[in-house]
Design a protein around this ligand. Structure first.
Ligand SMILES: Nc1ncnc2c1ncn2[C@@H]1O[C@H](COP(=O)(O)OP(=O)(O)OP(=O)(O)O)[C@@H](O)[C@H]1O
Length: 272
């Protein structure tokens, strides 16, 4: 039974909060030749879940992420984040909703070179007008939690890729977003740093119950999720669940990727 605010009561009588609820999402890109990038996508993510999205190049992953991140409106379908349809909000409120409720982590880190690590992390709070002492406290606390306290005064060009991604994750989480959206967060990292970043995301998900959606080509990264949804040609293809054996989950992901096809270099599946 589904109520308001995304509350769902399952057959066992447990109350679950649907952080993300998407039904029948369709996206048609207009143009001389229109292109249907997503067809009837259903996706539900419950509070505290860590969900991966995979699929070959051009399958619609970024399009889906853009819909969920409220950057681009679906052509049709229903979307709610924590019970709110973001596209019902007027423009200014939508920008505020995106800033308050969502956190973003990108492949290219998107840090500002002119700022120190801690200034980068505090950036979302400066936009909200939080006072400086409070911002510094919050930044120090999250940096300690993410193991990057020693980077406080460093500039972004003085830190490694793995440290830059940790900084970006700290920045994404400093305002306690309801949903963290990560787009290929390991795409620019060597395999050791990639593992470290995924370990960190997994820890944040477990310990802080942070809800996460991860778009990736990387089976190793995806194997840190609770479940992975595969899309192909803009449509749902299949879903695999982690269960309690991550090695077996990794193998299941590899198997689906093999069935999905794609170019040889598309899925870097060699990280075991
Ligand atoms: N603005 C746009 N206008 C027209 N077509 C687009 C637009 N953006 C994406 N597409 C098309 O929609 C399809 C899905 O693109 P999308 O970027 O979502 O795929 P993807 O799975 O993220 O791919 P990749 O893994 O290569 O990043 C592709 O065929 C792409 O060419």
């Amino acid at each position: 039974m589904r109520g308001i605010l995304g509350l769902l009561i399952n057959k066992q009588g447990e109350i679950k909060l649907e952080l993300l609820f998407a039904r029948n999402l369709n996206k048609i890109y207009p143009g001389k030749v229109t292109y249907k990038a997503l067809t009837n996508i259903d996706l539900t993510i419950q509070k505290g879940e860590f969900v991966g999205i995979m699929g070959p190049s051009g399958s619609g992953k970024t399009t889906l992420l853009n819909m969920v991140s409220t950057i681009d409106k679906p052509t049709s379908g229903e979307l709610r984040i924590a019970g709110q349809d973001p596209y019902e909000l007027p423009r200014e409120k939508l920008a505020y909703f995106r800033r308050r409720e969502l956190g973003f982590v990108f492949q290219s880190f998107n840090l500002l070179d002119t700022l120190t690590v801690s200034e980068n992390i505090m950036l979302p709070l400066t936009l909200d007008g939080t006072n400086i002492a409070q911002m510094k406290l919050r930044a120090a606390s999250i940096m300690e939690n993410l193991g990057i306290s020693e980077l406080t005064d460093k500039r972004t060009y003085e830190i490694s890729g793995g440290q830059a991604q940790r900084t970006a994750i700290a920045r994404a989480l400093i305002h306690n977003p309801k949903l963290l959206l990560a787009d290929e967060p390991t795409g620019n990292l060597d395999s050791k740093s990639a593992r470290d970043v995924m370990e960190l995301m997994s820890k944040l998900n477990r310990e802080d119950n942070t809800t996460m959606m991860l778009v990736t080509h990387d089976a190793m990264a995806a194997s840190y999720c609770h479940r992975v949804i595969f899309i192909k040609d803009g449509q749902f293809y299949s879903e695999v669940n982690c269960g309690d054996n991550r090695a077996a989950f990794y193998q299941k992901i590899i198997n689906v990727l093999a069935l999905l096809g794609g170019t040889e270099n598309e899925f870097p599946t060699v990280r075991v």
